[in-house]
Design a protein around this ligand. Sequence first.
Ligand code: ATP
Length: 572
Amino acid sequence: MLFRELAEYFQRLEQTTSRLEMADILKELVERAGVDEVDKVVYLTLGELLPAFRGVEFGVSEKLMMEAISKACGVRAKEVESLYKDKGDLGETAHYLVKWQGRGLSLSQVYDELLGIAKTRGTLDKVMKLISLLKGLSGFEAKYAVRVVIGRLRLGVGDATLIDALALSMGDKALKPLIERAYNLCSDLGLVARRLKEGGVGALEEFKVQVGYPIRMALAERVVSAEEIVKRLGRCGVEAKYDGFRLQVHKDGQRVEIYSRNLERMTEMFPDVVRGVLKDVKVSRVILEGEALTMNEETGEFYPFQVTIQRKRKYGVEEYSQEYPIKLFCFDLLYIDGEDFTLKPFIERRKKLEELLSGTNTLNVSEMFVTDSVKEIEAFFEDAITRGLEGIMAKRLDAPYNAGARNFNWIKLKRSYRGALADTIDVVVVGYYYGKGARVKLGIGGLLVAVYEPSTDTFKTVSKVGSGFTEEEWIRLRDMLDQIRLDHRHPRVDSLLEVDVWVEPRYVITVNADEITRSPLHTAGRTSEEPGYALRFPRAVSFVREDKRPEDANTVEEVLRLYQLQRKISVE
Ligand code: ATP
């Protein structure tokens, strides 16, 4: 397949705002691609080179790209810059300036060059490689290649649409759950597409967990009482809910990799966990999950989540880890020496985990006991809260590990305040307002936020948020949002409201609110007969959650459940 053909598909995708049409175009595209091309097609369509957990980044800023365009096209840097200002898009700028025909490169040739650019360290070498890439492409091809390199492809295609397209390409929509399952086990849609093309349905049926491929994480539903836990689960495992950083640890011989909640590679951030795993875990290959917390060794108390996350600063991690050592509270075991544990019942996984970690230091097992007594659960909950924990988790004893799913096999019970919702809500920022009064000088005064609707892979608005951030945070946020601004509503955003600036749905923030109400202004939960749901008195309680992807935000259904929960509480 030629790179030009892929660029033509990208152009078609860009021109549609209908998700169904997108799935049809993508179906055609994956059918057109060869076995050794389809994975590359999938990554590039998502604007990536490899799945995020590989941690491969281009490291090419707009400035560097402008330098490369200027040198490749023999145009002064100032001119490139003013053209860019004019067009607002470096892809269009390259399209305009590249006057040659290109060499008719294949998709794989361009992909290899792109990978080469990402793997090159020095800026000078990167520029040389960018120039050579641009020289081989036509203006039309350069437009898309440039956008990929600077992370601005933005076709509006999400994982769910691609999964639909793969099912369509097999001529059978009923295959979707099988494709989703494989994806949940490896988090690599390119790999799934390739296997499907190579080995058909059979290859997906045999799909297994592999060390080095993060498993999409199981999530919990929420309830508001211990009673409801027992009603739903009966005898269950009850654990402390730690407020730290969720990690999935993969050990393969002497090699350890660590992935975050949204499946980014985090290995460098946790050198002490890596050492702990190598020292403590006596089997050769294993995948386990836990919550990482920083602990004050002297008092035995945990520091707040903010202290743990500080490690994201890339420099000084070693020093930081000396000062704030991590403890990993492990709560699940997903794989051990060739054996996939995800299908085994929770209680069996837990037993094996306890065996594996007995007498270890950096790695501990989470506190857990088995009960069916409401009283015992309540007492444990109260105790957890007084110890400064977030609440408790309850787990169904005979449930498998539900990769990528949120259901009642795992239940969380968190402390809740009067006049507040049973839980905070994670929402995606889809646009912002310039604001009024004192905010005008900040250039931002409010956000339009949305929740996720998996059935249509879209974002439905649920609130405006205008409080909870400091001035400095507002400014930081505006800078971040300006990097992803759009001149029209994003195709996956469903909104009745207008904003001053639309942005790509990328950043997740956590908000709290007093209440959920019905509202004709918002699209979350709206049908032809019924109004949508909205948050009343919303306030941000976190800055941008770097551990969540937009699809990890709460869903419309969860908002609906919170709405029902609140009605139940007020009736009681
Ligand atoms: P929250 O904002 O409540 O953390 P979330 O969407 O990040 O929500 P949930 O599924 O709602 O995730 O809650 C489960 C989270 O709680 C897990 O992702 C994990 O990070 C954390 N956690 C803490 N202790 C435990 C435990 N013992 N077992 C499972 N998860 C735990």
